[in-house]
Design a protein around this ligand. Structure first.
Ligand SMILES: [Mg+2]
Length: 304
């Protein structure tokens, strides 16, 4: 797709919107910020549905299940079916189901939403909840590992601890072990001076100790879109991704051959996107959106 970061205006919007039939929306910073839908977002999605466009909610957040997201959408005024929720907890569970031998056991760093998706997929798992180290290094090396574990799955885990990183890395080092992560976002989208570390911090800790890289299923990597394409018969060149982060949402769109719209209600600024256009780095080029809008609600007037 052309990466030119131009404003989506009325004169080009009609032809562009007619050329796509699937809309993938990032959630935080696009459809809502915290507990408030962004202006016009609900109406825009309703209008897209009335025009028979497919709509999906696509998020790297691994703490919630699809059922949790349906509830959240309804609370904020969005209509949503479970099938339309593409969250990394669900994608990771389905991905593991597709690659793991029967009777596998997964060591998980994750929150209850991810455990629910693993349970639904029928995957055995251990590791959730707090787990804190005691004693000296001589005692640490006597930590018992579960002989059945053949896979490590990393997601956001507020109970991250030295012992959990130690166990996850030890399992990931096992010969033939599968090693998967939901995403590598560096921080959670919050206002103010406090940085809330994202899943990328969990992943960085474990992969450093394990000395190997996991397969990452979330944006900007392919597995999440592969699943959407396969399950819903979606064609990349008739699909548009709407996002607020350049190094996840927009890079994902460019990696997977989708159209992209950046909105300015979340993390990235227009200046950041325009600055990337001055760079020759391929990594930077992949983060340039095709179009931008101030907010997703601005799309509504183009849909009449
Ligand atoms: Mg976002």
């Amino acid at each position: 797709m052309a990466r030119c970061c131009r404003r989506l205006t009325a004169d080009i919007a009609g032809e562009f919107l007619a050329s796509v039939d699937t809309f993938l929306f990032d959630c935080d910073g696009v459809l809502w910020n915290h507990q408030d839908a962004t202006p016009g977002a609900v109406e825009t999605l309703d209008k897209l549905r009335n025009l028979n466009k497919k709509v999906f909610f696509v998020t790297n957040n691994s703490t919630k299940s699809r059922a949790d997201y349906v509830k959240k959408c309804l609370q904020l005024g969005f209509h949503a079916e479970e099938d339309e929720i593409i969250c990394t907890a669900f994608v990771a569970a389905q991905y593991l189901k597709s690659i793991l031998p029967a009777n596998s056991k997964v060591y998980v760093m994750g929150m209850p939403g991810m455990l629910q998706e693993l349970d639904k997929a029928g995957i055995r798992h251990i590791g959730s909840g707090p787990d804190v180290i005691h004693g000296t290094i001589t005692e640490w090396v006597q930590t018992e590992l579960d002989p059945e574990v053949n896979c490590v799955l990393l997601g956001f885990d507020e109970n991250i601890s030295y012992l959990k990183v130690m166990k996850a890395a030890s399992y990931a080092r096992r010969k033939g072990a599968f090693f998967v992560a939901t995403n590598e976002d560096n921080e959670l989208p919050m206002d103010g001076p406090i940085v809330i570390p994202g899943t990328g911090v969990v992943v960085a800790a474990v992969k450093t100790a394990a000395a190997r890289d996991p397969i990452v299923v979330g944006k900007p990597h392919h597995p999440m879109f592969d699943m959407i394409a396969k399950s819903f018969n979606v064609e990349p060149d008739r699909t548009v991704m709407v996002g607020d982060r350049l190094n996840t949402d927009i890079m994902w769109a460019n990696n997977c051959g989708l159209h992209s719209i950046m909105v300015l209600t979340g993390i990235a600024t227009l200046e950041e996107a325009q600055h990337l256009m001055t760079s020759n780095s391929i990594e930077h080029q992949k983060q340039i959106p095709e179009f931008y809008l101030d907010k997703i609600g601005d799309l509504e007037e183009f849909l009449n």
